[in-house]
Design a protein around this ligand. Structure first.
Ligand code: FAD
Length: 408
């Protein structure tokens, strides 16, 4: 029981934590509410910071092998004018690796394959009945009445985390960010294109290649919360983006209405006082949901998982390990949540004069050095995980745990 770790939520953060804890020799159970692990049918960008975190559990190289962006890319206006350009090699050189766009299902498959059969239990909604403390284990209960006692609980239950609400009842929770998003994966258009993010007035479109030859396209627009197209979301995209530059019209033509995903964006602009209580550690969106404007929510969930495993590998007392986890992760993720919100405000400026000034500044600043696209990731994409080796961690863990079979 001492070694048993229960992970609530089988998203990117929960699965990464499960793999990292499993590799330390712990017994791990992942409880996932959904009937299967199938993630939303969209792409996800993993920057070198997340790739280096994945190196710790042996999955960095399989992700790097999926890098598809080669050559040119950058930011454009809806008419197609380039505001700034960069290329894949410059990005890789600046941050020590490529930016990899992959399908979410590919990432989930990689993580799941690194876990023993039976680790993930789907169709199980779980909650924390008792966070435990230094002397007693935490207790997790499922909607079916099953109870788990655990030395460590990882709450990776996403932006609307019930665990967060239970442990931090005074926290205001997520707020609507003022914009909605669309995502779609389609076959590549006939003509070659350079990956781009195109900033309009109050809206944005991005087109990125996947290694399997398909295209991951995403869009954002300022909109009231909860709004939906009266007809379908592809028709809505056509109204908003149908006259933007190539290859956007071709991508819209290739998209089936039912494949277009639409989600409003919420984020935790008020940070939590801590990412842990008792033996429960929050991670990923449950701890610090952010706007997707830097493409870092999943990257930070992966970083969290690896840093959490690093600290618990140092052994009991668990409260010290989790306090060290909070101390490492809270300041960094708070800064990134805020930066993502600032980027969102800049991206979705809608007044024409402000948009003109923004575009002029982006073009001017980019002429004087590496593009804003790259500079915006300084201090984020260049992160590296804590240096301890897992082989040493496992040895230390075994040595420390042998005489302590009665404590949790
Ligand atoms: C439009 C858009 C684009 C994005 N693009 C990127 C990108 O390019 N790069 C990037 O890094 N990030 C991106 N993100 C953010 C990223 O998707 C999230 O930050 C990431 O998925 C969070 O992972 P998570 O594991 O913390 O939570 P989630 O992926 O939300 O997983 C939580 C899991 O917990 C389960 N669950 C919830 N409650 C319970 C319960 N009580 N019991 C059991 N299970 C439960 C849920 O079913 C779910 O499977 C984007 C987000 C959006 C909206």
């Amino acid at each position: 029981m001492q070694q048993h770790a229960v992970v609530i939520g089988g998203g990117i953060g929960g699965l990464t934590a499960a793999v990292a804890l499993h590799r330390q020799g712990r017994r791990v159970t992942v409880l996932e509410r959904a009937a299967s692990l199938a993630p939303v049918g969209a792409g996800i960008g993993l920057a070198p910071n997340a790739q280096r975190a994945l190196d710790v559990i042996g999955l960095g190289d399989p992700v790097r092998a999926l890098a598809a962006w080669q050559g040119d890319g950058g930011m454009r206006t809806p008419s197609g004018r380039w505001l700034c350009r960069t290329d894949a090699a410059a990005a890789a050189e600046r941050f020590g690796g490529p930016l990899v766009l992959l399908h979410r299902a590919t990432l989930v498959d990689l993580l799941r394959a690194a876990l023993p059969d039976g680790t993930v239990r789907t169709g199980v909604t779980a909650s924390v009945a008792d966070p435990g403390d230094g002397r007693r284990p935490a207790r997790v209960v499922t909607a079916d009445g099953e109870t788990f006692e655990a030395g460590l609980v990882v709450a990776a239950d996403g932006i609307h985390s019930a665990v967060r609400r239970g442990l931090f009842p005074d926290h205001p929770g997520p707020a609507y960010s003022g914009f909605t998003t669309w995502r779609v994966v389609v076959p590549a258009p006939d003509r070659p294109f350079a990956p781009h993010e195109t900033w309009g007035a109050g809206s944005l479109w991005g087109t990125q290649p996947l290694k399997d030859g398909r295209i991951y396209a995403y869009a954002m627009a300022a909109a009231p919360a909860g709004a939906h197209a009266a007809d379908d979301e592809r028709a809505e995209l056509l109204r908003r983006f149908g006259d933007w530059h190539d290859p956007i019209p071709a991508i819209l033509a290739a998209a089936a209405p039912e494949d277009v995903l639409r989600h409003d964006v919420h984020h935790l602009i008020t940070s939590l006082p801590a990412f842990h209580r008792g033996r429960v550690a929050l991670l990923g969106d449950a701890a610090h949901a952010m706007e997707p404007t830097l493409g870092q929510g999943g990257n930070q969930a992966i970083e969290d998982a690896i840093v959490l495993a690093h600290h618990v590998a140092a052994g009991p007392p668990v409260d010290r390990a989790l306090a060290a986890y909070t101390a490492d992760r809270l300041p960094r993720t708070t800064a990134i949540v805020r930066k993502a919100a600032r980027t969102g405000r800049l991206t979705l400026l809608s007044a024409r004069p402000a948009v003109a000034v923004r575009n002029t500044l982006i073009a001017a600043v980019s002429r004087c050095g590496p593009g804003l696209v790259l500079r915006g990731f300084d201090g984020i994409a260049d992160w590296s995980p804590p240096a301890a080796t897992y082989a040493a961690d496992r040895r230390d863990l075994r040595e420390r745990q042998e005489p302590r079979t009665t404590r949790h």
